[in-house]
Design a protein around this ligand. Structure first.
Ligand code: SF4
Length: 458
């Protein structure tokens, strides 16, 4: 587990940063209050989850069929489809399009996948300026930090933090209200939309039977990013596929309800390729870059492949006691929280990221809120099992557990030696870990076995 030490260090730091914890819990609690209200829009929310789980599993188990159907139909609609095996191939394809079309400025709507491939630094290397247009994403871009949460990138910031940031960057007054700050960002971004040569977005859903791309958002920035510039590039993971346009009637409200409690996101757009001859607005050229980047590793995992059904609603992050303590940045991955802990080892390597699968209480809260019923806690266990099967467990760990198991299954070994001595050894062992942060453990003077015998006179 290559990265476990920095992870533990950062996790400890964040967990005992009470201000950070208070802010995150406050922000998440607002979503958690709204989600139950949002669910009431469904006659039967459990049935809606069952249907969504069934449709997404159908898509995962027939991924090749549906993704090829999407490609065929999107081409019929006049768009171009490009396939990228990994991040560098995707970045090359996107940069080539931009260079060929002489694009200097690009507006982007929030997309975790372009974070995944690290598109922004790549574009900058070629003199192309990428501008984030989602407000949360714009804030973290200004502060030069990665998104904190897959749905709300600036969840960790208070309004005072944002006012300070805007003051530093744009000399706005420190006492600006959230409304004034939003208007300031709006004013700056309006010009960027008008000047941009291309728009880059992700995709919430790729619709196989219509060759359409569905985007859901609350700010209208994705619409502006895709309707003003002449070029629209969509970057999408192959797992974004759904079989039919009819499925959107379920998925659009389900996605927003599970994530934020909204009945429906404010702007929901379907793109059927570039502007047609009889249309006034829209891009002249439209491309979809379909990305693998480790997704087929997950597809090949017989037990965990259903994690590809994730619709990135963020509900499992909001429900997770680990996420609520250590926060999003500690994971050091694009997809964080419980689902990130399941999929990242497949996307970026088990040796480098399986430690995230151990950062769990196994309480199952994530599974209970997932709108597509992914058994996340079970998959975390399966990742651990996969890791111990595939990679060699250190000899010392094996030795310790073998002896612990021997000791715990033999009564005479457990009773061997004085209770006082054993208590002192246990106290020494716990002193550095448990006792450092928690109320010191008080050892009983007699073992459980002795107390039992005395009580029942065996
Ligand atoms: S795993 Fe489920 S709850 Fe978590 S982000 Fe994906 S769809 Fe939402």
């Amino acid at each position: 587990m290559k990265n476990i030490k920095p992870f533990l260090k950062e996790a400890e730091k964040k967990t005992f940063d009470y201000e950070h914890r208070k802010r995150i819990n406050h922000n998440i609690s607002k979503y958690n209050e709204n989600v139950p209200k949002g669910r009431l829009q469904f006659d039967d929310y459990e049935l809606a989850r069952d249907q969504a789980a069934y449709i997404k599993r159908k898509a995962v188990y027939n991924l090749e069929k549906y993704i090829l159907e999407f490609e065929l139909n999107f081409k019929k609609n006049g768009g171009e489809v490009l396939w990228a095996e990994d991040a560098s191939e995707a970045n090359d394809l996107i940069t080539d399009i931009l260079k060929k079309n002489d694009c200097k400025t690009v507006v982007k709507s929030k997309s975790m996948i372009t974070e995944e491939i690290q598109l922004n630094p790549y574009l900058k290397k070629y003199g192309i300026e990428p501008i984030e247009t989602d407000l949360g994403e714009y804030i973290v871009q200004l502060n030069d930090e990665p998104p904190y949460h897959i749905v709300t990138p600036a969840m960790h910031k208070s309004k005072e933090d944002v006012a300070e940031l805007f003051h530093e960057k744009f000399a706005t007054p420190l006492d600006y209200t959230p409304q004034q700050l939003t208007l300031e960002a709006r004013k700056i971004l309006r010009d960027k939309f008008i000047q941009a040569d291309a728009g880059i977005t992700g995709a919430n859903f790729l619709v196989a039977d219509s060759g359409a791309i569905c985007l859901t958002e609350n700010e209208g920035n994705a619409r502006l990013s895709t309707s003003i510039p002449d070029i629209h590039i969509v970057v999408a993971g192959i797992e974004r596929i759904i079989p039919s346009i009819h499925d959107l009637a379920l998925f659009i409200p389900l996605l927003s309800t599970a994530g934020t409690g909204q009945h429906i996101t404010t702007y929901n757009t379907l793109f059927f390729g570039p502007k047609r001859s009889d249309e006034l607005d829209g891009p002249k050229k439209m491309y979809v870059v379909l990305l693998d980047n480790g997704r087929t590793n997950l597809l090949a995992a017989p037990e965990q492949k259903e994690a590809l059904a994730c619709i990135r609603c963020g509900a499992c992050l909001n429900a997770c006691p680990v996420y609520k303590n250590i926060g999003g940045h500690t994971y050091n991955t694009v997809y964080n929280g419980p689902i990130g802990a399941v999929i990242t080892p497949f996307l970026k390597g088990f040796n480098e990221f399986v430690h995230l699968s151990y950062a769990t209480t196994l309480c199952g809260s994530c599974t209970s809120v997932c709108p597509v019923k992914i058994p996340i806690d079970d998959f975390l266990l399966k990742n651990k099992h996969h890791y111990t099967e595939k990679y060699k467990t250190p000899w010392f760990e094996k030795f310790v557990w073998k002896n612990v198991s021997l000791f715990l299954t033999k009564r005479n070994l457990m009773n061997f030696g004085s209770v006082n001595l054993k208590n002192s050894l246990a106290a020494m062992a716990l002193n550095k870990s448990w006792n450092k942060r928690k109320i010191p453990i008080k050892m009983a003077k007699k073992s459980f076995n002795q107390q039992w015998k005395e009580k029942f006179k065996h």
